[in-house]
Design a protein around this ligand. Sequence first.
Ligand code: NAD
Length: 433
Amino acid sequence: MEYAPAVAKAVHPAPTLEWDTPLYQQAATQLDHALELAEVPDFVALRLRAPERAVILTLPIRMDDGRYELFPAYRVQHSSVLGPTKGGIRYDEAVDLGECAALAMWMTWKCALLKLPYGGAKGGVRCNARAMSVNELTRVTRRFTMELAPFIGPELDIPAPDMATNEQTMAWMMDTYSMQKGYAVPEIVTGKPVSIGGSLFRHEATGAGVVMVIERACSRLGWDLSEQSCVVQGFGNVGGIAATELHEKGARVVAVSDISGGVHAEAGLDIPTLHAYVAEHGSLEGYESGVERITNEVLLELPCDILVLAAREDQVTGENAGNLRCRLVAEGANGPTSNEGDRILAERGIPVLPDILTNAGGVTVSYFEWVQDLGRLFWDRDEIRRRLADKMSDAFDRVWNVSQDRGIALRDAALVAAIREVSGALEARGIYP
Ligand code: NAD
């Protein structure tokens, strides 16, 4: 294909702007590395290195004690080339523009890799959700949705849950947006309750998808999953479900953790009992029965076959990657391995199942949810699980084959496949005007 001279060459590098934090640099460095392998036109590389749009808000919220507090909030849309942008909303004290921009870029690659008609977005509110009441969280969510309303929409940008947000948060967002429109708009968010147009199996989708990818990797490596020992960091939506799926498939889950620390039992943990405890007490804190209490640092370095990182970014770094004693790493969280950590694991021959592939089950069933909402026609659980398994296997096989054929890491193979997908669309559309 021929390009007009004005766009054939990117003469300037992308400008360094406010989102250029260490996490964004991690995402941009991965992109630069993958661009060397992906062989796409320069103008594509230039466009994809920076997000298309970033919204910064400050939300004034009346707290339960009558005081007002101002919460910074963000929404970053990385690429709308393939369709509406899609990505989670997180409530966390570390949320900033760079974090949202990095996560939005990873969402673009994830959607493209899974061949979903979406680009990437991410947003969040900088707050300590665990210290806030339900009423305070409702007000934060409704105010955030109201201020975001001009920038989101079923054909524009579709939020979903992420860290410390859940089905209830999505229900408040859907209701607030629908009140503005004057009619119910279920397709404005995904990950909402089934009673208002949510999809069956969305809640389980990310964790179940993680284990589908692990299972497929085991079979390529000639391992039997039911004979493997597993450690899972993070016991929330992703890690909690992944631990359950591993347990149900007969693998021995020897340790799990959350923000309060970890529990370890070499003979294998009773995962259903741990879930019941967390449902009653809010976290693993104080659980002692038949387990050794450990820190998150110790947990990451336990000997095991499969280490599932399902808590948050930047957990395996240059500091601890040399001490890991697993045979395979599965990234359930986004960005849990730093670039330096990645390099050390590669040198040590420990394969990493990359986040944009491994945790893509969530956005894939979110896509199914949106399709069902738009069609007003709902599928049963088995149908959704089957469709998810097909999508995850197809993406896994493409990544594995590129990695084997070209002798590159699984992360690079996944990024190359994803970037080429976006590049194909951007080359066809061209740069406006
Ligand atoms: P969550 O809030 O439900 O769970 C997070 C878990 O990690 C909790 O158990 C929390 O206590 C624990 N945690 C937080 N900080 C920790 C730390 N420093 N050390 C150890 N544990 C810690 O969130 P989630 O939805 O399970 O998301 C986890 C990760 O997965 C995030 O990186 C998120 O972006 C990613 N992710 C989530 C989805 C989804 O559908 N929920 C989809 C794709 C990716």
